[in-house]
Design a protein around this ligand. Sequence first.
Ligand code: PEP
Length: 259
Amino acid sequence: MSNSARKYLIAGNWKMNLNSAEGAELAKDVVSIVGPQTDVSVCVCPTFTTLEAVSQVVNDSNVSLGAQNMHFESAGAYTGEISAEMLRHLFCKFVILGHSERREYFGESDAIVNQKTLVALAANLKPIVCIGETLEEREAGKVNEVIKTQLEGALVGVTAADADALVVAYEPVWAIGTGKTATPEMAEEVHAEIRSLLASLLGAEAANKVRILYGGSMKPENADDLLAQPNIDGGLIGGAALKATSFAALVQSAQKRSK
Ligand code: PEP
């Protein structure tokens, strides 16, 4: 295994796709294809309305459930929002926070992502904290600056004790849903930088426990090379997670490297 301290995580972000019947069908296929293995952590993240149906399907399997977002308050007058406790009630284990689509379309700032991260950790949910630069920022040579600001902003108050639960996803915005993937070398450079920022924030030992996923047009054809990088501990998968066969192929890529 390339990163012996950390178990690979392959997480599917279904975004605003699949109603509860469709989601349950896909989840059944995922469980039957990837379910028996335990070398790799596997998680599917449906929409809120599909969580309960998928929860029933993945219950008692090796596939975990995750949500795509949550609110930082536990209850009250927040129309349209969902709390961490509500996600726990449906047996969610993971929650994606600060996805670039949430940042772009719903105005999520680093401060909001930070509040959500702390609340998720307190509720025993593993936050998948998304960070990543736009094409404009990359072309302006600002990748490290953007990554540092987003990571430090999201992790205020997070401690070394949270390292096992914490997941960071590096998702270059220009690679999400575009078919353009960062080369394995480009991705590894940023992942190594994230690991070193985590070491400054949490200490080296804790930083080595944090899983850092790559996201951005990861698919069966490029997964082997990406997962071979020492600081890439799995993937956050959009498009390729909507088909059980391609999602399973990604899990198998990670499984090969886990032996
Ligand atoms: C994502 O939305 O997190 C993502 C990585 O999408 P895609 O795999 O489709 O680029």
